[in-house]
Design a protein around this ligand. Sequence first.
Ligand SMILES: C[S@@+](CC[C@H](N)C(=O)[O-])C[C@H]1O[C@@H](n2cnc3c(N)ncnc32)[C@H](O)[C@@H]1O
Length: 343
Amino acid sequence: MDVLTALSNKSDYSRNQLQLIVSAWIMSGLAEKKSKISLHDGDVSEDDYDKRSLYSLLYALYRSMGDVRDEHGQRYEFTFNTWGYTWPKSWGEAPDHQRDPQRFGRNAYSGLYHSDPVKAYVKARDGEVHIVEMGCGTGAGAHHVCSNVLPKCTYEAVDMQQAAIRTCERKFVPDLPGRLQATCSDATHLARPKDFADFVAVNETHVTELVGVVTEEDDRFFRKAHHMIKPGGFLVWGNAIPDPTWDACFKFLETLGFELVDETDVTEEAVRARDEDKARIDTYVDQCIEAFHGFKIPVLGAKKRAEADVALKNFARNPDTRLYLNMVERKDTYRVVALQKKR
Ligand SMILES: C[S@@+](CC[C@H](N)C(=O)[O-])C[C@H]1O[C@@H](n2cnc3c(N)ncnc32)[C@H](O)[C@@H]1O
C-alpha cells in the first residue's frame, strides 16, 4: 500500500479504514527497497506522490482525530491546512484572533482582503460580495472570512477532496445558513456562469508548484478564475511557491486580462509563523502517531513511525524540514497578491 499515490479523493475514510490503511503502509516496508520520504528533512519528490492521494489521507486523518490538544492543552479541531504567517507590521493592527491555535491560518485568510483596492471595492458594495474559493480544504478559512472578515458576503467553497468538503458541511455550513455553500469538485472543472463572482480566493491551493512555469493545470485553473470573476472584481491569492513561478504566473495572468494591483512578500512572517507554531505541530503529530496501532508493530512500526513523523512535519513546513528551509533560503517565497480583472 502506497499512501502517497493509492488513495482516492472521492473517499472519506473512516477511522477503522485508516487504521487498516496505515497498517498496510507499515507492512509494505518489508518489500520496500528505498523509502520515498527522506528521514533527514521529510522531503518527498514531486514524482513520488499524487496530491489527490496525499490530501485524501490528510483530511481523513484530521477528521478522524477530532478534537486534539495544542501545546497548552487548549482543545481544537485541526481544520486549517494552512501555513499562514504572522500579521505583517506594515498592515497595521493584527486581527483579534492571535491566541487561537490556528491563528496563522486565520491571518492568511484575513490577509487576502487587507489591501486598499480590495477594501474600496467591498465598501462600494456595502460588504455584499460573492466569493468563490478554489481549493478551500475543510472550509475553515471560508467560515473565518464569512464570520469575521466580510460578515455580509456569500461564499462558495470548492475543493476536490470529499473528506474536506464533508468536514465543511458538518462543521461550517450549518453555522452560516444561506451564506456558505460547499462544493466537491476539481475547481478547474467547475461549471459556473461568466462574470458572476466579485472575488475568487486562492489560499495555499496546491497548484503553481513547478519552478518557473505555468503548467497545463495552472493554465486551466487561472482561466476558470478569470471566467468567473466580474470585470472589476479580484483574484486574491496567497501562497508559498517557488520564487520564479510568481513572475511566470503574473505574465500569464496579464495575458488573460488581470492587472496586479497589490503585492506583499510575507516570507519572513511565514517563517516566523512556522517557528512559533512548532510546539503545536509537534504536539499534533505525536497525538496522530499515538492513535494508530500499526506503529506499535516491532521494528517496521518504528521505521515507519519515523517516516510518518518527519513527513507530517514537512507538510506543515515545521522548522528544519525541506519545505521550511525552502522558505528560509527563499527558494519558495510567500506572497499575498490581488489581481483585478480589467473592465
Ligand atoms: C495546502 S491545502 C490548502 C487548503 C485550504 N486552502 C487551507 O488553507 O486550509 C491545498 C488544497 O488545494 C486543493 N486543490 C489542489 N488542486 C485543486 C483543484 N484543481 N481543485 C480543487 N482543489 C484543489 C487540495 O485538495 C487541498 O485541499
